[in-house]
Design a protein around this ligand. Structure first.
Ligand code: 6CS
Ligand code: FE
Length: 295
């Protein structure tokens, strides 16, 4: 645990508190695939949706590989997360290290956007496929990813982002990603103290690191948005954007892949709020920069 002054201290006991972000959203002025209007939209809202960034054919191939991997998954493995109420696969972690998902992680439609926004070379901090199966996909409660990655993984600053590629149609009805536009500019210091090996519970149903209703109500004053679109759509969102998703009680599965890009200058250190670092499948500690940036 780090004891020096931590501007993003959270889960130190006591009650929840809203603090201001102390980091840029877009780091520097690197060139890249996004135009000025897109960068401005990302900076203001904390997220950017690029509809059909990948073709339906590409998305279909990635979906087929995702479903194959889920069917073949060894459910006793720690990096295979099951639904809280049943044995359907909820998440597969660390999919970026080989095959089609490794190529996807290096695809400049994603990696070059990450370098542009983060102003640095980037590496994959975490990757996962979140399955929200038809009829039984459980919710993900409100949270900031950065709050968890800071407290439990030792990520120093808000210099990371997620690129989520929709593998199936995400509609208003089947549990799309919900975001609070502008919430990335505030940091919610959550109440409570993180229990040991918290990830063994939080990945199925998160309690610690999920803010209180008053904080969510305050952050939702600028509105709530849902990220819908056809397979191949990508949403880029800031590591500190408050987000969630409802359960899926429809016949339409909602499967999305998430690739988390971290700036190489923001590599993990000692967790800021727990005694033991989380396993590598959740938080890569070997910094392997994604592809060589084009000169
Ligand atoms: O603990 C984590 O790293 C994971 N938990 C959530 C709810 N989102 C980010 C990440 O997948
Ligand atoms: Fe999350």
């Amino acid at each position: 645990m780090t004891t020096a002054h931590d501007p993003y201290a959270s889960r130190v006991g006591g009650t929840a508190e809203l603090a201001r972000r102390e980091d840029p959203v877009v780091w520097g002025a690197r060139s890249g695939p996004l135009d000025r209007a897109q960068l401005q939209q990302y900076e203001t809202n904390g997220f950017l949706v690029c509809r059909s960034l990948f073709s339906a054919t590409e998305a279909r191939a990635l979906l087929a590989e995702s479903e194959r991997a889920a069917a073949a998954a060894d459910r006793s493995r720690e990096d295979v997360i099951l639904e809280p109420h049943g044995d359907a696969v909820r998440s597969l972690f660390r999919v970026h290290r080989e095959g089609v998902f490794a190529r996807l992680a290096g695809d400049d439609r994603l990696a070059a956007v990450a370098r542009q926004i983060l102003g640095d070379e980037v590496y994959i901090h975490q990757s996962r496929i979140n399955f929200k199966p038809a009829f039984e996909g459980a919710p993900f409660s409100w949270h900031s990813d950065f709050e968890t990655w800071h407290v439990e993984d030792g990520m120093p600053r808000m210099r990371a982002l997620s690129a989520s590629l929709l593998l199936t149609e995400n509609t208003e009805h089947n549990g799309p990603l919900l975001v609070l536009p502008g919430s990335h500019r505030w940091y919610v210091r959550c109440a409570g103290i993180t229990p040991p090996e918290h990830y063994k519970v939080s990945l199925r149903q998160q309690e610690y690191g999920s803010p209180d209703p008053a904080s969510i109500t305050r952050l939702a004053e600028q509105g709530i948005a849902s990220v819908t679109g056809p397979p191949g759509t990508v949403v880029f969102f800031d590591s500190n954007l408050m987000h969630a998703s409802a359960g899926n009680i429809t016949p339409l599965p909602r499967h999305n892949i998430f690739l988390v890009y971290n700036a190489v200058s923001n590599a993990l250190g000692t967790p800021f709020g727990t005694s033991a670092p989380r396993p590598d499948f959740l938080a890569e500690r070997a910094v392997v920069p994604v592809g060589a940036a084009s000169p």
